[in-house]
Ligand binder design. Structure first.
Ligand code: LMR
Length: 339
């Protein structure tokens, strides 16, 4: 089991009469040639604990691999191109980050992307199920609320679903909350901690100001204004880009933060909490975004929803039916597509 998960590598030690056996941690990025994938490839070169980076996309990844492979950091980078090189890219991966897919343009919601991205999610998940069924899987392809349940169905169908290994990346909602609240309170955004629960669409993103650390300074109007901005921040970027796509750089930053936490937890660091959209029983929906304690096994536990104030409770009650419908659509999509 352990050998299957981590490829043992024989590394010559400084003593010529013996060899040291250590493990190799491989990360594969699917969609590495895209707007998120490229900056993410660069950022991950600086993340400690990655020995191999496999970059896959339909085009361009050989060049990106050569380019990022010249950076004076530990580890190797290889590029894989086209459908036929997807499984070779994934083979032996400990962690697969999926960024592949179309971005939205003004006028679209994230849900509209299922048409374009659902099929990609199914194709990639099937390849993961064959090439690296025990890998951790972190998905940022939109619509996350629908794509993650779809991926879960595909993994279930293949008999390799491990709920502790599948993550929808919602870190950008936390990153944005930290920035907007930090700026509002005139403090370093990195010092702000706030859970963002629900899902990853305007109607389902819910930052919990009651849990903000340090305690939020502001009135109800500030909370409503900032909550609205956090929920609609993705659309703010889509509109600012004027048809040229959605958030890529901040998404790559957020994804990198999440990957860093996953790897730290894999390496035994304790008490690592990240918000993520995962299979969970903390709310009345089979998948839910919320704080998750990470560990060597992926998800160690999903933290319970804390005591909410009236505004937050009403918002949660309102978002849950929307989320449940998204999840049902994801499950049905997988069933129809794989029939
Ligand atoms: C975001 O939050 O920026 C991403 O989910 C992309 C999008 O379409 O909004």
């Amino acid at each position: 089991m352990l050998l299957k998960k981590f490829k043992a590598k024989i590394v010559p030690s400084s003593f010529p009469w013996c060899v040291m056996v250590r493990t190799v941690f491989k990360v594969a990025i699917v969609g590495a040639g895209g707007g998120i994938g490229q900056p993410l490839s660069l950022l991950l070169r600086q993340v400690e604990g990655i020995d191999e980076l496999a970059l896959h996309d339909l085009r361009g990844t050989k060049g990106i691999a050569a380019d990022t492979g010249h950076i004076s950091e530990h580890g190797t980078v290889s590029g894989y191109v086209g459908k036929e090189e997807l499984e070779p890219a994934l083979l032996g991966a400990n962690l697969v980050v999926v960024t592949a897919g179309m971005p939205r343009v003004p006028g679209m919601t994230r849900d509209h992307l299922m048409q374009a991205n659902g099929g990609i999610a199914i194709h990639v998940t099937k390849a993961i199920a064959c090439a690296c069924p025990e890998a951790l899987i972190a998905i940022s392809t939109n619509p996350i609320n629908i794509v993650v349940p779809t991926a879960a169905e595909v993994l279930k169908e293949a008999g390799v679903f491990n709920p502790n290994h599948l993550f929808g990346i919602t870190t950008l909602d936390v990153v944005r909350s930290k920035k907007f609240i930090g700026d509002h309170m005139n403090i370093n955004p990195l010092k702000v901690n706030i859970p963002v629960i629900g899902g990853h669409t305007g109607p389902t993103i819910l930052p919990l100001f009651s849990q903000c650390q340090p305690a939020f300074r502001g009135d109800n109007e500030d909370i409503e204004r900032l909550t609205h901005r956090i929920k609609e921040a993705g659309t703010e970027v889509v509109l600012a880009k004027g048809g040229a796509g959605s958030a890529t750089l901040s998404m790559a930053y957020a994804t990198c933060c999440f990957v860093q936490s996953l790897i730290r937890a894999q390496n035994g660091q304790e008490a690592i909490i990240e918000c993520s959209f995962v299979a969970s029983d903390v709310a009345d929906a089979p998948f839910f975004a919320g704080p998750v304690e990470l560990g060597k096994e992926g998800i160690k536990r999903c933290l319970k929803i804390p005591q909410l104030n009236e505004f937050e409770q009403k918002s949660l009650d309102k978002l849950l039916p929307i989320l449940r419908k998204n999840i049902e659509d994801g499950v049905n999509f997988a069933k129809t597509f794989t029939k």
